[in-house]
Ligand binder design. Structure first.
Ligand code: Q46
Ligand code: ZN
Length: 313
């Protein structure tokens, strides 16, 4: 197959775009499309101070790479979860993030959950109902809180994440299967800042995962290829597989599902403002917004973890 732009040998064929490109033209296309998405979806301004949530995986490192190449001002944030599956998953992902930043002279902020909170995510999960069986709920709560706090304290304008269209379409499918109206309402490529919350944006939300993977590969970015051990059997992977099966039969179906949702959302009025309207209290411990009570979910959960851990000795 030949590159549609120059006729050289193509390295990727994007069937949903009917576009095959060689290495050079793909990298240029990918960078241009990222910029186009940022501008088209009004994700952030050219002079924004950006914090990139970095996991050590391909998407977040590719995002940091492409934004830096576009001359955006970005720092990275890595959160050490303390996951050791016998192959030191967290330590190895941290090493990839540090290597990436070090080689490019970029600033990486690291927060180690165990050092900051007194227990790693898997250990803490044993002390809380949120962690019953799997630590993912506690992990999500903790990462969201730390990312928000670091971004606000550091004076950043926006927190960006490497979510791609496969991630977004799988989330959409999960939310639709269960008609989670509140989550459907809030699923968007950009969540504007509001009292106590940093603006969040997903510059890769229009790329398929194989495109971000191709970018990382062609740019020779070294990243952790292993998935988090707790993601095995995750519903999101199940939905991704289903969507990929449909995509094989009908190229572009995944894109159509997700982008049509974004379009339809503009025409739908949600009556689900309960959650937002009640986030008007302030946590007495950390000062972040909360929806009632004296503490936010993060502080009350971690306080319980610390109390139980001390009780056990
Ligand atoms: S939530 Fe769960 Fe992920 Fe945290 S413990 Fe791993 S799989 S990293 S997106
Ligand atoms: Zn709090």
């Amino acid at each position: 197959m030949k590159c549609r732009k120059c006729g050289k040998k193509a390295v990727i064929n994007m069937r949903q775009h009917k576009l095959a490109l060689c290495e050079e033209d793909f990298l240029a296309w990918f960078t241009k499309q990222t910029l186009h998405t940022i501008q088209r979806d009004s994700l952030f301004e050219a002079d924004a101070k950006i914090l990139v949530a970095v996991s050590g995986g391909k998407d977040s490192l590719a995002l940091w790479d492409v934004l830096t190449g576009l001359d955006y001002s970005c720092d990275g944030l890595y959160i050490g979860l303390g996951i050791d599956d016998g192959q030191a998953y967290s330590d190895r992902s941290c090493a990839y993030a540090q290597k990436f930043a070090g080689e490019r002279n970029l600033h990486l902020i690291t927060v180690d959950v165990e050092r900051a909170q007194g227990a790693s995510i898997p250990e803490a999960a044993r002390f809380t109902p949120r962690g019953a069986g799997k630590p993912c709920s506690l992990c999500g709560l903790t990462r969201r809180h730390i990312m928000n706090r670091v971004a606000l304290e550091g004076g950043y304008d926006v927190l960006v994440t490497g979510h791609n269209m496969d991630d977004e379409a799988a989330t959409l499918m999960g939310n639709t299967m269960n008609w989670l109206v509140g989550y459907l309402e809030s699923q968007a490529p950009m969540l504007p800042e509001k009292r106590g919350f940093i603006r969040k944006a997903k510059p890769f939300h229009r790329f398929y995962e194989r495109e971000t993977a191709a970018y990382a590969f062609l740019r020779e970015i070294e990243y952790i290829q292993q998935e988090c051990p707790y993601s095995v059997d995750a519903k999101s992977i199940y939905y991704k597989n289903i969507l990929n099966q449909i995509e094989t039969d009908r190229p572009g179906a995944k894109q159509g599902f997700y982008l049509s949702f974004l379009q339809a959302k503009d025409q739908i009025t949600f009556n689900h403002h309960k959650e937002r309207a009640t986030l008007d209290q302030t946590c007495v411990t950390c000062g972040q917004p909360t929806r009632g009570g004296t503490q936010c979910a993060f502080c009350s959960t971690w306080e319980r973890v610390q109390t139980r851990k001390e009780a056990i000795g």
